[in-house]
Unconditional design. Structure first.
Length: 192
């Protein structure tokens, strides 16, 4: 695949592909968590390929994000398996039809407010062990949590009223963990 022009601006999908490559390098032990956080921040601040090229020069050629296809496959499953950390997906990210969340002693936040949905219904299959999952839904969406098995855990669903928007179906197991689904909170100009 030819190298992209360094003066071409990055798209949101390409930024997400770069972050995925950095995460893979972190999981392989090539980057520590501090380096991953710093490089991820720089990817989100970058405007062109030239701005991110230096972030990948010390990684093997197969891990370089500049060689990935321009549009990531939206139909593939997403698997999130953090350990002893806080993982947050927010902004304009592409939501597949199935998201598997398997944290261990971690917190995960899935913010769907400005995400791009690929299907009308999204399944979030959870296996929470001593962990927390917070799901923030956009206006009009709703969540169904009748497929969750509680084993000393807690499910708080404040987004259960069906609307005309997306449907989030929660399935899986919650072991001494907390799963919370809510809408965006607002006060004056603040949003969280």
């Amino acid at each position: 695949m030819p190298e992209p022009d360094p003066n071409v601006r990055l798209s949101n999908a390409e930024r997400e592909a770069l972050i995925a490559r950095l995460q893979t390098a972190t999981e392989e032990g090539r980057l520590d968590l501090h380096e991953f956080a710093e490089r991820s921040r720089e990817v989100y601040e970058a405007r062109t390929y030239a701005d991110v090229e230096r972030l990948l020069t010390d990684l093997p050629a197969e891990d370089r994000a500049l060689a990935v296809p321009r549009a990531p496959a939206a139909s593939g499953d997403m698997v999130l398996e953090p350990s002893y950390t806080h993982l947050k997906r927010q902004g304009a990210w592409i939501v597949p039809g199935l998201i598997r969340v398997n944290p261990k002693y971690s917190r995960v936040t899935l913010d769907f407010r400005t995400a791009e949905f690929t299907t009308r219904e999204v399944e979030i299959a959870v296996n929470l062990e001593y962990a927390g999952l917070k799901v923030i839904l956009p206006k009009g969406a709703h969540a169904i949590d009748d497929g969750v098995i509680l084993e000393g855990g807690q499910v708080i669903n404040r987004a259960f009223t069906p609307g005309g928007g997306q449907r989030i179906r929660l399935t899986g197991r919650v072991l001494y963990s907390r799963l919370k689904v809510r809408y965006e909170r607002r006060f004056l100009w603040w949003r969280w």
